[in-house]
Design a protein around this ligand. Structure first.
Ligand SMILES: [Mn+2]
Length: 339
């Protein structure tokens, strides 16, 4: 049977020949992107002390994830530092975590697309692009963090996982599964969580750092979204929130502030589809997040068909290239046509 496990020896070969490697993840890195990248980095440093390893994110990771061990040492590509550029140029192995196509890296994607070093994909999104020399791609994984954990185990590296790496992996696991409420497809995910607890993580403290770290403005923005902005369509069992730049400015918006907001409307009993539309900072497009509950409605397909995007069955995203108002009309038309 052809599974990712067949790639383990090829991975081991690449690793034993590499001198300088890079671990990257997608733009606006979320808990899974940050957790998987930093855990993999931590493992690589422990397993291959002769090899240099660094993490690079296209832009800064949000405040609520900066406690993860190693986050302060990651390259932020958007900062444009020359030493970072030099490091990336000198790499002979590149790991691409938690995304399926280089265009998810913005400007950094172009730099990596023309790079001579082999690219290794480790990801759990559907339909990976044909841009990777070695691909670990499996949609049954709850998170890329789980995938990293299983790859480390297959490499025989479990004893090398530090408490810091375990915390990073747990952060990825809880954020990508809504604290184990979706995306958990096998009992293995819970076994992994149990293993991480044995490595000494404090799961309550991690949940606290991730979920109970709102600024007052962020909490009021959430209140405003639910009270004044949420539109509910009972006939279509859907809801959406659309936020303009000026509204975000009013609440001193920081990147990551709307993380998770799209999930709230799904707590309404009859709502099974939720969308969040956010006007981009340069007002050139609308950032679209889609969520569904249940096993009948694939927002991954919806994102692909209507919003130049993709993702998972119950969680996806994309872009819409027009005004916010037109985006709302467009979505309401989709609701009438499809649901
Ligand atoms: Mn993920």
């Amino acid at each position: 049977m052809l599974t990712w496990k067949n790639n383990i020896e090829a991975l081991r070969n690449l690793l034993s020949n590499a001198r300088q490697c890079l671990v990257t993840s997608h733009v606006n890195p979320d808990g899974d992107a940050v957790g998987a990248s930093l855990a993999w980095w931590s493992y690589l440093k422990a397993a291959y002390p002769e090899m240099e390893a660094r993490v690079a994110f296209p832009n800064r990771c949000p405040e609520f994830l900066r406690w993860v061990e190693g986050a302060d040492q990651a390259i932020v590509y958007a900062d444009g530092s020359e030493s970072a550029q030099r490091y990336i140029k000198g790499c002979d192995l590149i790991f691409c975590l938690d995304f399926n196509a280089l265009n998810r890296l913005d400007g950094m994607g172009e730099a990596l697309a023309s790079h001579a070093a082999p690219r290794v994909l480790i990801d759990h999104h559907r339909q990976p692009a044909d841009e990777f020399q070695l691909a670990f791609s499996d949609i049954s994984m709850s998170s890329t963090s789980e995938f990293i954990y299983r790859i480390v185990a297959a490499l025989g590296g479990k004893p090398l996982l530090s408490k810091g790496a375990a915390e990073a992996l747990y952060a990825g696991l809880v954020t990508d599964t809504g604290s184990f409420s979706f995306g958990v497809n096998t009992p293995e995910t819970f076994r992994m969580a149990a293993d991480l607890m044995e490595l000494g993580i404090d799961k309550d403290e991690i949940a606290n750092k991730i979920y109970d770290s709102y600024s007052e403005k962020r909490m009021r923005l959430l209140g405003y979204c639910l009270q004044s902005k949420m539109r509910v369509f009972p006939r279509h069992r859907a809801a959406y929130v659309a936020l303009s730049r000026s509204e975000l400015d009013e609440f001193c918006f920081q990147p990551g502030d709307t993380e998770g907001f799209v999930n709230f409307p799904l707590s309404i009993k009859k709502v099974r589809l939720s969308a969040l539309f956010i006007e981009s900072a340069d007002k050139t497009h609308i950032r679209v997040s889609l969520r569904s509950k249940g096993k009948d409605l694939s927002v991954s397909e919806l994102a692909r068909k209507y919003f130049n995007g993709g993702g998972h069955f119950n969680a996806s995203g994309g872009k819409y290239f027009d005004s916010l108002k037109n985006c709302e009309d467009y979505f309401e038309k989709i609701l009438k046509d499809e649901f």
